[in-house]
Each structure stands twice: as structure tokens, then as C-alpha cells.
Design a protein around this ligand. Structure first.
Ligand code: SAH
Length: 226
């Protein structure tokens, strides 16, 4: 898989892909992540990519031209399965959206900034809009990193234990059961006996029951139709 990210603040995206699982995924050749500086596509001598909003009001708007120039330049080299815009009014990022995106070959993610991007970009060039939650961030960079992380860890071979993503929350409509590691007793608080028993069937049963109980208590909506 290849993920291209367009941003006016490329430095914000240096951290998330340079460590741990996301870095290993790139080193193993399972995913390529390329960050593109929108300013490189500005024809303005000051490399401006934003301008005042028509109609007035506070906040700048990312201009249509540099964005479209950048998208088109990237499209010359490959076809994108999705051109995603990160937006608080987009479709919420869920595990099922992440699953859907994880089987694509080329994804392009556009990060907004300031008041957002010129609406004509959204109308004519974007194939999917994704929100990471009902709150407003200063820019789409952190959202793009969240989307990329959720997607990349689902690519076969990225997680060392291949079944691991399948036992995470939401994959089966349930949240994950509690997990413990050594010591078996900490300040009088004990790890549930069954986990120390070595009895695989009982452990599996306990984990499933815990998942169901937790889902009922914490996220009952998951057991309904959503
Ligand atoms: N004026 C816009 C918010 C702009 S925030 C509005 O009220 O909807 C600046 C940029 O941050 C947005 O263009 C978007 O790309 C990104 N962003 C902010 N919140 C986000 C969220 N919850 N999910 C995904 N992207 C978000």
C-alpha cells in the first residue's frame, strides 16, 4: 500500500511514522508513506497557500489551485483508490472504515488547515471525507496520522502476531477484554486466576464473556445496529 499525504505543515507528520509499528511496516516494505508540502505547489512568490474567505469573516482558507496542482501531479504517477479529506463534518472513522481502506492500494489524504479548504476542492476532487471525532482540531495532520495508523496496522504482516488486530476492540463488534502482565499480584491486587491456569478453552471463554460484559457496560450501542 502507498499513502500520500498533502499538508501545508509537513513537519507535523514527521513523528508518527518514524517509530514502532508504523516505521517497521515501512521498513518491511508493506507500506510507503509520502508527505507532500502544499507550499511546493504554490506559484506565489511567498509560497502562500491560503487566502481570505470570500464574504469576509475570521480565518483563512486553503486555496484551490495549489491543492489541485498537487493532486494532479501525484495522479500523473498513479491512480488513487481514494482521495480523502480530513474534516470534522466527514463520516466518522470507525474500525469498519479502517478495514475498508486497508485493502486499497493507493490512498491520498488531504489535510485542511485554518478555516478549511475551498469548497470546490471538496466538491470536485475528494472521494471521501473522514472525521476522527466530534471536536475541532487546528489542522488535518493529526487526523491523517490517526487514519493512517488505524489502516496500516491492519495490513497483513504489519503486526508481528497476525491474529492480534483481530482480537482488538471493534473487530467483532465488541470491545477488548482486560489484559494483564507480570507480576501476578501487585499490592494485593491479583490477576484473575483463569489467566494463570494455562487452560486455553477456559481463557478464551473468560475473555469472550469479559468482552460482552464490557461492551454492555461501556459501549452498549455497539451491540445494537451500529
Ligand atoms: N472550519 C472548520 C474547521 C476547520 S479546522 C469547521 O468548522 O468544520 C482545520 C482543519 O483541521 C480542517 O480543515 C480539517 O482538515 C482538520 N480537522 C479539524 N477537526 C477535525 C476532525 N475532527 N477530524 C478530521 N479532521 C479535522
Amino acid at each position: 500500500m502507498r499513502i500520500d499525504i498533502i499538508t501545508c505543515l509537513p513537519r507535523l507528520l514527521e513523528g508518527p511514522f518514524s517509530d514502532s509499528i508504523l516505521k517497521r511496516a515501512q521498513n518491511k516494505g508493506l507500506v510507503e508513506v509520502h508527505v507532500h508540502d502544499l507550499r511546493a505547489y504554490s506559484t506565489d512568490k511567498h509560497k502562500r497557500v491560503d487566502d481570505y474567505a470570500y464574504g469576509g469573516g475570521a480565518g483563512m482558507v486553503l486555496m484551490v489551485e495549489p491543492i489541485v496542482r498537487c493532486i494532479r501531479a501525484l495522479q500523473e504517477d498513479r491512480e488513487y483508490d481514494e482521495i480523502i479529506y480530513t474534516s470534522p463534518d466527514g463520516k466518522p472513522l470507525t474500525q469498519s472504515v479502517a478495514n475498508e481502506l486497508s485493502i486499497k492500494k493507493n490512498l491520498l489524504i488531504l489535510c485542511g488547515h485554518y478555516k478549511g479548504v475551498d469548497e470546490r476542492v471538496r466538491e470536485h476532487f475528494i472521494t471521501r471525507e473522514v472525521s476522527i471525532g466530534d471536536y475541532v482540531l487546528s489542522g488535518g495532520e493529526l487526523a491523517a496520522a490517526v487514519i493512517a495508523d488505524a489502516v496500516i496496522r491492519l495490513i497483513p504482516g504489519v503486526l508481528s502476531d497476525e491474529t492480534s488486530a483481530l482480537t482488538d476492540s471493534f473487530q467483532d463488534g465488541l470491545v477488548a477484554p482486560p489484559v494483564y502482565t507480570r507480576p501476578a499480584e501487585f499490592e494485593g491486587h491479583k490477576v484473575p486466576e483463569v489467566l494463570l491456569s494455562g487452560h486455553e478453552k477456559n481463557i478464551e471463554k473468560w475473555r469472550f464473556e469479559q468482552s460482552v460484559q464490557r461492551t454492555n457496560k461501556r459501549r452498549p450501542g455497539l451491540l445494537g445496529d451500529d
